[in-house]
Design a protein around this ligand. Structure first.
Ligand code: ZEM
Length: 287
């Protein structure tokens, strides 16, 4: 960079402290905008970070969180991404305040912040994602389809590089948030505390009696109270014997879930990113 006077301008190299300021800003906004949905933008921020990352393909090394290509059509219009504009818009004022961060790092940092602020485990973060142009958009169909079952889950998550244990650990994120009829077409939350990360998702999968919901919407399950829901892909985790082993483990042991969830989310959020930095940073939860 050359300044107007012809003197080389000092390049701004952000430190951990600079990223912590952004973490804190997102945490502040999560509290401020508590009228959204079940009282928090947290779940939809987690979904944005997951959908940015989950397009990764280990074979071709395309997709993943490096690029933030969901800013562009057609990726923003892919059916799986319906509703994620709410999350991107929530983050826009943060990007305006801290223009030096890439959208790709911002989306992932917001996922980290949301998970920690919603009572989840520590999720170490490192920066290094850069925004790419429309040519880096991934084709439709890389994210999982909730109407399918175990074979589809293994194919989709296998393409990202995940095994059975990791698939089940990642799915625990469905303790958070809800389905919206105007987004996916499905309806309702998975747990009674959709803005707190717990291992309730696994407990409910095992302990409730789930039956098909009678309605005109897409096929989904409901519990006896009709307050909660499961997708066909969620039920696949207890129908498939290999998956169920891990559901049993995480239902019994919240600490084991938190440990494995943190590890697998770090892996998810880093798929396909050409990091220069080895060190991961831990940001303090804002009380
Ligand atoms: Zn989800 N997810 N997901 N997911 N997801 C929804 C909502 C949320 C699947 C899926 O089809 C859906 C993972 C895995 C899988 C979250 C996080 C993560 C919804 C509802 C659907 C249909 C969308 C709507 O209507 O708004 C399928 C098939 C998955 C395969 C296993 C993984 C992995 C996640 C993170 C690690 C979250 C937080 C939500 C709630 C979003 C919100 O707005 O409340």
């Amino acid at each position: 960079l050359i300044s107007a006077a012809g003197i080389p301008a000092k390049e701004f190299v952000p430190t951990q402290e600079d990223y912590a300021k952004i973490y804190n800003e997102i945490a502040k906004r999560l509290v401020e905008f508590d009228e959204y949905d079940d009282g928090s933008y947290g779940p939809v921020l987690v979904r944005l970070a997951w959908h940015a990352s989950g397009t990764y393909d280990v074979e071709t090394k395309t997709g993943g969180s490096n690029g933030a290509t969901m800013r562009f059509q057609p990726e923003s219009d892919h059916g799986a991404n319906a509703g994620l504009k709410a999350a991107r818009d929530f983050l826009e004022p943060v990007k305006e305040k801290f223009p030096w961060i890439s959208y790709s790092d911002l989306w992932i940092l917001s996922g980290v912040c949301a998970l920690q602020q919603m009572g989840g485990p520590v999720i170490p973060f490192r920066p290094g994602r850069s925004d790419r142009d429309i040519s880096a958009c991934t084709p439709d169909g890389r994210l999982p389809d909730a109407t399918k079952e175990h074979k589809h889950l293994r194919a989709i998550f296998g393409r990202m590089g995940f095994n059975d244990q990791e698939i089940v650990a990642l799915s625990g994120a469905h303790a958070l948030g809800r389905c919206h009829t105007d987004r996916s077409g499905f309806d309702g939350p998975w747990t009674f505390s959709p803005t707190m990360l717990t291992n309730d998702y696994y407990k409910l999968l095992l302990n409730e009696k789930w039956s098909w919901k009678k309605w005109n919407g897409p096929a989904q399950y409901e519990d006896k109270t009709k307050a909660l829901m499961m997708l066909p892909t969620d039920m696949a985790l207890v129908k498939d014997r290999e998956f169920k082993k891990w559901v049993d483990k995480y239902a019994k042991d919240q600490d084991a879930f938190f440990k494995d969830f943190s590890d697998v989310v770090v892996k998810l959020f880093e798929l396909g990113v050409p990091f220069k930095q080895e060190e991961r940073w831990v940001f303090k939860v804002v009380e």
